[in-house]
Write a protein that binds this ligand. Structure first.
Ligand code: CO8
Length: 257
């Protein structure tokens, strides 16, 4: 597949995807989602990639779903086509994905960022769910993921008024893992992804799965699940390597097996 709306590259064990529709502030249209799906599937099956960074431009991570594409849809077409269903590509990924957000992350843009495993934000980042101003509501998980991230009060404030929130407020609220100066954002995201990609891949995938389980189960269920995953890692060579390296005072060389 040739990409018109994203740019894809690898840097070491890091897969990098840039949303690239500058004329529309990276508004997410069907073509872009199909390309994102394709690029992520390739990274998922590439043993050379251990972590993915998803980013946009300096001005916009993504200013939402493409309003011009959505405007004329009718209910039956939207329902039968289930176009939002295809957006789950990011949430379905097993490998970790870091959202590196600079500028606008609005509507579907904020929702895609929240589907990633964590968000690194430039100090210029702006988050919001402005769908209410368009006569609709968030449709790609915004009412659920934002509420889990920042709590009911702030989620209601943002979703009912459509107001935007800056990086500092987003970090205070727990939506953002860290803020970095805009000029350092991509470098910091790639460095962070490289650190993750240097770990044992089975351990990384299981850690991600276990943390996500916290949002889908009771505490007792989640802890049982975590314990099962933890014990299973003792079947990997990487566990032997990691613990031996610590005892022998050297760096581990994980084989990802
Ligand atoms: N869709 C389509 N085009 C867009 C979008 C968008 N979401 N956002 C910006 N653009 C276009 C503008 O139309 C403009 O194009 P043109 O030059 O041809 O007029 C170009 O990008 C530049 O935008 P502006 O001139 O508006 O730039 P400003 O710097 O003045 O303003 C803003 C930037 C504040 C980000 C402004 O563009 C804006 O408010 N954009 C819309 C934000 C929004 O409402 N997003 C939510 C969209 S709805 C949604 O995401 C629902 C998700 C639910 C899932 C749906 C699954 C498909």
């Amino acid at each position: 597949m040739t990409y018109d709306t994203i740019a894809v590259e690898t840097q070491g064990r890091v897969g990098l995807i840039r949303l690239n529709r500058p004329e529309a502030l990276n508004a997410l249209n069907a073509r872009l989602i199909a390309e994102l799906d394709d690029a992520l599937a390739k990274f998922e099956s590439d043993d050379g990639v251990g972590c993915v960074v998803l980013t946009g431009s300096e001005k916009a991570f993504a200013a939402g779903a493409d309003i011009k594409e959505m405007r004329d849809k009718g209910f039956v077409d939207a329902f039968l086509d289930d176009f939002i269903g295809r957006w789950d590509v990011v949430a379905r990924a097993r490998k970790p994905i870091i959202a590196a957000v600079s500028g606008f992350a609005l509507g579907g843009g904020c929702e895609i960022a929240m589907m990633c495993d964590f968000i690194l934000a430039a100090d210029t980042a702006v988050f919001g769910q402005p769908e209410i101003k368009l006569g609709v509501i968030p449709g790609a998980g915004g009412t659920q993921r934002l509420t889990r991230a920042v709590g009911k009060a702030k989620a209601m404030d943002l979703i009912l008024t459509g107001r935007m929130m800056g990086a500092e407020e987003a970090e205070r609220a727990g939506l953002v893992a860290r803020i970095v100066p805009a000029a350092d954002l991509l470098g910091e995201a790639i460095k962070t992804a490289a650190t993750i990609a240097s770990m044992s891949l089975p351990a990384v995938l299981m850690a991600k799965e276990a943390v996500n389980r916290a949002f889908e189960s009771t505490l007792a269920e989640g802890i049982r699940h975590e314990r099962g995953l933890f014990y299973s890692l003792f079947a990997t060579g990487d566990q032997k390597e990691g613990m031996s390296a610590f005892v022998e005072k050297r760096k581990p060389a994980f084989a990802n097996r």
